[in-house]
Design a binder for this molecule. Structure first.
Ligand code: COA
Length: 178
């Protein structure tokens, strides 16, 4: 699956704070998460102190996806995925699955042992990708995490399990077929 998508899409770390592609990333964020989206105050520190990943698709000028990652203070070998979104007009093509597979591969190669994220219990599409397709497991539920009625499920993926398979399957390197 990632092979066919990988011929037309690729993931890059964002290393600089520049108006472009930040503007495009903030637009994806606002569209996906509303007021919870990364804005001009939050994305730059994530670029400089955490990791921001950009999904590109062949033939499309602006980014088609964004993900932000931080290292967990209590468990430095655990990465926490703060945000993850594919541009609305590019969803349903397998890009979200490909993007997450690439992040898992990148984090595994960087030495992380575990990936955690939170997701709304009603986000069926994301849950399908995380749990059914990629093997994330529910750790716990945070009640009212973002305010009344805004529960989140904490999911985790053991990156050590099957990491050799993953690296072999994808040729051991990130796709960059741009
Ligand atoms: C979640 C998101 C990244 C998925 O991106 P995407 O490019 O559409 O994902 P894919 O095309 O790779 O996969 C979508 C999968 O969900 C399935 N799906 C779609 N609607 C679904 C639903 N209502 N219930 C269950 N599964 C559903 C699709 O069938 C597909 O699975 P399949 O490959 O087994 O057929 C995208 O929807 C998004 O950005 N949403 C807004 C932000 C968000 O919710 N981020 C996650 C927060 S943790």
């Amino acid at each position: 699956m990632s092979g066919s998508i990988g011929a037309n899409a690729w993931v890059e770390e964002l290393l600089d704070v520049k108006p472009e592609p930040l503007r495009a990333l903030m637009a994806i964020e606002a569209d996906a998460f509303g007021i919870g989206g990364m804005n001009e105050w939050f994305l730059p520190p994530f670029v400089r102190q955490g990791r921001v990943f950009v999904l590109w698709q062949k033939g499309i000028v602006d980014p088609v996806g964004v993900a932000e990652c931080m290292r967990q203070w209590q468990n430095p070998q655990t990465a926490y995925l703060f945000g993850f979104a594919v541009r609305k007009d590019r969803r349903g093509e397998g890009l979200g699955t490909f993007f997450m597979q690439e992040l898992i591969l990148w984090l595994t190669k960087a030495g992380f042992e575990r990936l955690e994220l939170t997701v709304s219990p009603s986000n069926d599409t994301a849950l399908h990708i995380y749990k059914k397709k990629l093997g994330f497991v529910k750790v716990r539920r945070y009640t009212d995490e973002y305010g009344p009625g805004e529960d989140r499920l904490l999911l985790g993926l053991d990156l050590m399990q099957g990491s050799a398979d993953r690296q072999g399957e994808n040729g051991g390197g990130r796709q960059n077929n741009g």
